[in-house]
Ligand binder design. Structure first.
Ligand SMILES: Cc1cc2nc3c(=O)[nH]c(=O)nc-3n(C[C@H](O)[C@H](O)[C@H](O)COP(=O)(O)OP(=O)(O)OC[C@H]3O[C@@H](n4cnc5c(N)ncnc54)[C@H](O)[C@@H]3O)c2cc1C
Length: 245
């Protein structure tokens, strides 16, 4: 865990209320590990957690949706402005749990943390099917990025304006080739439905509301079969069979 100042190099709208934020660290050698970062915004007491989409030496890419005052303020920031980030937070998906073929199911910006996992699976020669669900065509993000890694990337929209009409669980029901492990991130109601359909052989990334994001305040406690766990430090990725939804 480390705090680091970053400079915004890009902050552009890529879908309805969704922004791609490109950052450059002051230390060009610094590579932020971890599942998510916690971002400080002027005038807001609590940091905002966002998943790492891509990172390398001195650079970081995040995607965020404007849902409240904090993300609205972030969307108004311009290249050259600076942000302080707490980095190296959270435990990532474990690509090694998949033996041969994985199913990845994302809802909305739940797609963002699935992307580094897809890259890892692809680099280790594992096959995958990716299902990404959105409300409408104007909400679709990251389709090309996933398709470049996985030709079997399926888009599902609630209103049918892009890809298959319906829910991610409808696309899952139509899947024929088997997979041995699944990974999911998105709204809790979606992940619960995915887990109900697929059972225990998977991991889910939870999005509990967070206070400190670093394990001190226990604000983001979730209930598991091992007892209460902090989403920020024990997760946000948990084995599905351990989550008491
Ligand atoms: C581990 C993790 C990873 C996340 N990754 C992403 C991502 O990659 N892209 C993205 O768009 N969103 C992501 N979220 C959700 C994101 O943190 C919230 O949408 C954001 O904090 C909302 O801030 P706000 O000020 O606009 O909203 P407000 O509702 O005004 O926020 C009020 C408070 O509630 C917290 N909060 C509100 N919604 C959430 C939420 N869903 N999860 C956690 N805290 C919340 C805020 O951080 C803030 O402290 C992630 C959340 C977690 C826990």
């Amino acid at each position: 865990m480390k705090t680091m100042d970053y400079t915004i190099v890009g902050n552009r709208c890529v879908a309805r209320q969704v922004y791609r934020l490109e950052l450059r660290a002051d230390d060009p050698q610094f590579a932020p590990a971890g599942e998510f970062v916690n971002l400080a915004l002027d005038g807001f007491f609590l940091r905002r957690p966002l998943s790492v989409f891509d990172s390398g030496k001195g650079r970081l890419t995040l995607f965020y949706k404007v849902v409240g005052e904090g993300t609205k303020a972030l969307s108004a920031m311009a290249p050259g402005q600076r942000l302080n980030l707490l980095t190296g937070l959270g435990k990532s998906f474990d690509a090694a749990r998949c033996r041969e073929k994985a199913l990845l199911v994302g809802g909305g910006l739940g797609a963002a943390p699935l992307y580094p996992l897809a890259r890892e699976l692809s680099a280790s020669g594992k096959a995958m099917t990716v299902i990404l669900g959105f409300n409408s065509a104007c909400d679709v993000v990251l389709e090309e990025e996933f398709r470049a890694l996985c030709p079997d990337t399926q888009i599902v929209t609630l209103d049918g304006s892009a890809g298959m009409k319906g829910l991610v669980t409808d696309a899952m029901a139509a899947l024929s080739p088997a997979f041995d492990f699944y990974y999911t991130c998105g709204p809790a109601v979606m992940m619960r439905a995915v887990a109900a359909q697929l059972g225990g052989n998977g991991q889910a990334s939870l999005e509990e509301r967070m206070g400190c994001g670093a394990g001190y305040c226990w604000c983001c406690t979730c209930q598991t079969t091992d007892g209460p766990r902090r989403t920020c430090t024990d997760g946000p990725v948990f084995d599905v069979e351990k989550i008491l939804w």
